[in-house]
Design a protein around this ligand. Structure first.
Ligand code: CO
Length: 160
């Protein structure tokens, strides 16, 4: 088990487009495993490689549902629903920052798994939101650029 240090804002690596992954080797599998340990240790539901200082197109999401851990390498958004909804989001690179973000309800992506196999995945609700948040990271887009209203921790506690 390896827990990596999480890069927090501000940092250049968080705001640049990430490089495509071309080699699916042991070091990529180790990176994915370490990212999982890091995400769980930080009590997060997603983590993108720039958040551990690597500007490559690798991200994971695990919201503890039937999808298990979704590993996304070189993910591309194929389709988004026109219908959108507003929910509160946080980010491991912004400790203590929460805000309302409007996003599509449904999203379909294409990505590769740790062995380089291509797959397509359609998700909705919180899972789709987490996937879109992580793919934004790979494009250097931070959720704070999409927050319509900040929510403080006290208000967040009342919501739960
Ligand atoms: Co984030």
């Amino acid at each position: 088990m390896t827990v990596l240090p999480i890069v927090t804002h501000p940092a250049e690596v968080l705001e640049q487009p990430c490089e495509k992954v071309l080699t699916f080797d042991k070091s990529l599998r180790k990176l994915l495993d370490d990212m999982y340990d890091t995400m769980i240790d930080a009590d997060g539901v997603g983590l993108a490689a720039p958040q551990i200082g690597k500007a490559i197109q690798v991200a994971i999401v695990d919201i503890d549902d039937e999808h298990g851990t979704v590993e996304m390498i070189n993910p591309v958004i194929m389709e988004l629903s026109e219908e959108e909804e507003v929910e509160v989001e946080g980010c491991l690179s912004f400790p203590g920052v929460y805000g309302e973000v409007q996003r599509p309800i449904l999203c379909t992506i294409q990505a590769q798994d740790r062995k380089g196999r291509h797959y397509q995945l359609t998700t909705s609700g919180f899972m789709a939101r987490a996937i879109m948040h992580e793919i934004d990271h790979l494009n250097g887009v931070l959720f704070t650029s999409k927050i319509s209203r900040y929510v403080d921790e006290e208000e967040l506690g009342e919501m739960e």
